[in-house]
Design a protein around this ligand. Structure first.
Ligand SMILES: [Zn+2]
Length: 299
């Protein structure tokens, strides 16, 4: 009997151990225009599929110092997301569904004055604008292995002069919302990488001026615009905090600053909440320096 028992135990150990259920960490609610990490942990190696907004991303788990395995992905809600969004995962053939509620954000409006050629671009630059868009689209379609880590590093120390998501009126004409955060930065200041990455683009563009796109994997791309000089070239691997270029006032600007953008699988998100850890997935919009300044009493 003893032999049979040990045989059964052996079989049980070989085939019958009930798999330790993987642990899923998915937020129940996320504000419009925010990115959010999703993590899945298990005690053995695995690869998991995430299905989100019509795209499937396969993420291999990484082994942690304690020997357990964890897969992380950064996903995003667009700034006009409404209602409930569905995240599906497939792990070892088992599908799970999570519902994420999009929380509304009261986006501010900013009224700006720029040279007229940036509101009604002359025919001579239409080709360049089309080429810029094509380059950006191609860069944002990149899906590579994860290099991003949270929190992101602040690219310049200056405060926010124009927050993400603001509805913008250029010279009286409404235009697309602000797809990045403008940070105060004097001409020539070093601009640093928000995370480890690979340079996708480092080129002059019409609206963005001299601009760098950095690939952090999984479709996470950071953008640094209006630079006066480049310190990197496309294809180069950079580390978090490494200098990418110098801030400036090239492209559609009202003065020198850094336009800092974060795109997650093609969706523009507010990068500011990812500068702290753990990131705040609800709240906003991010406030600017002018919002924080106490208003003088008027008479
Ligand atoms: Zn900007």
């Amino acid at each position: 009997m003893k032999t049979l028992a040990s045989l059964l135990l052996g079989l049980f150990l070989a085939f019958g151990i009930p798999a330790q259920a993987a642990t899923f960490n998915v937020p129940a609610a996320v504000s419009q225009g925010r990115a959010f990490p999703v993590t899945v942990a298990d005690d053995r190696a695995f690869t998991i599929d995430f299905r989100w907004r019509g795209e499937t991303l396969a993420v291999p788990a990484r082994q942690k110092a304690d020997g357990s395995w964890e897969a992380s992905i950064l996903l995003a809600l667009p700034l006009d997301a409404r209602g409930r969004q569905t995240l599906k995962t497939v792990l070892n053939g088992e599908e799970r569904t999570f519902s994420i509620t999009a929380k509304k954000v009261a986006w501010p409006q900013s009224v700006l004055s720029v040279p007229p050629r940036y509101v009604e671009p002359p025919a001579s630059v239409r080709e360049q604008i089309a080429r810029d868009r094509q380059h950006s689209r191609k860069a944002l379609a990149t899906r590579s292995e994860r290099l991003w880590e949270l929190p992101l590093a602040r690219p310049v120390p200056g405060g926010i002069t124009s927050p993400f998501g603001g509805r913008r009126v250029f010279n009286g004409t409404p235009r697309a919302p602000h797809m990045g955060t403008d940070l105060r930065s004097p001409e020539g200041s070093p601009v640093r990488a928000a995370a480890d990455g690979i340079v996708l683009l480092a080129e002059p563009q019409y609206y963005g001026g001299s601009i760098v796109y950095l690939d952090h994997g999984q479709g996470v791309v950071s953008v640094y615009g209006h630079l006066s000089a480049f310190d990197v070239t496309p294809g180069e691997r950079v580390q978090r905090g490494e200098v990418l270029g110098r801030s400036g006032s090239t492209g559609r600007v009202t003065g020198p600053h850094l336009h800092f953008g974060l795109m997650v699988q093609g969706v523009a998100v507010d990068a500011m909440p990812l500068l702290s850890y753990p990131p705040q997935t609800t709240g906003g919009p991010s406030r600017s320096l002018s919002d924080a300044r106490p208003k003088k009493a008027s008479r």
